[in-house]
Design a protein around this ligand. Structure first.
Ligand code: SF4
Length: 195
């Protein structure tokens, strides 16, 4: 796995709860996989149907196809995927303010993608994306000691979690002819479609 030079000797990170990764989001999505929907709907004590109705939309996304070793096959495919709805302000619906901090209402059960931030493949493998992320993420900007250091191996492990999730989703979708309503039977036919 080739990571960019900026992270090749490891990085320090600790979330400073500035909320910038979850607010004013004008590009990108928070992907919602079955594991996320199951744990979050349970923590909110609502059914998956209710959760989907309130919080989910479908969009098309170009998935990288990872091989059995979670390396890039250089092939991609655009398929339907579920994403979290945002408020009109482009803030995450679960974000709230407390004592000057921006906190997450579902922190304990937050989506895997949020949990892994900023250790995403697209950030850690691209110098440009890493530069853009460090510009707003206070947890990457802060001068932290070695207790908050993530080695190259630790970063790779986190990236593998993300890639494995994407690969498993892609393979499951393949089994249902890429029909998202077959993979998520609780989705309503009128689930909004984001462009
Ligand atoms: S941008 Fe960084 S420091 Fe701010 S909330 Fe997100 S992860 Fe935490």
């Amino acid at each position: 796995m080739d990571l960019c030079d900026s992270v090749s000797s490891g990085i320090t990170f600790q979330c400073q709860q500035c909320g910038k990764c979850c607010s004013s989001i004008t590009e990108g999505y928070i992907f919602m996989y079955m594991v996320d929907i199951a744990k979050i709907s349970e923590s909110l004590q609502i059914s998956k149907v209710e959760f989907a109705k309130k919080y989910l939309s479908i969009t098309k996304y170009e998935y990288t196809i990872w091989d059995e070793n979670l390396e890039d096959t250089k092939n991609t495919k655009i398929i339907d995927t579920l994403v979290l709805n945002f408020e009109k302000s482009s803030d995450c619906l679960f974000l709230f303010n407390e004592d000057g901090k921006k906190l997450c209402k579902i922190y304990q059960t937050r989506p895997v993608q949020c949990n892994l931030f900023p250790f995403w493949s697209m950030i850690m493998t691209s110098k440009e994306n890493f530069r853009r992320t460090i510009k707003y993420c206070e947890g990457l900007q802060k001068n932290l000691d070695d207790n908050f250091k993530f080695s190259l191996e630790e970063i790779k492990k986190k990236i593998c979690i993300e890639r494995e999730l994407e690969r498993d989703y892609f393979n499951r979708m393949k089994e249902v002819d890429f029909n998202i309503f077959r993979d998520y039977p609780f989705l309503l036919a009128d689930t909004p479609f984001l462009k």
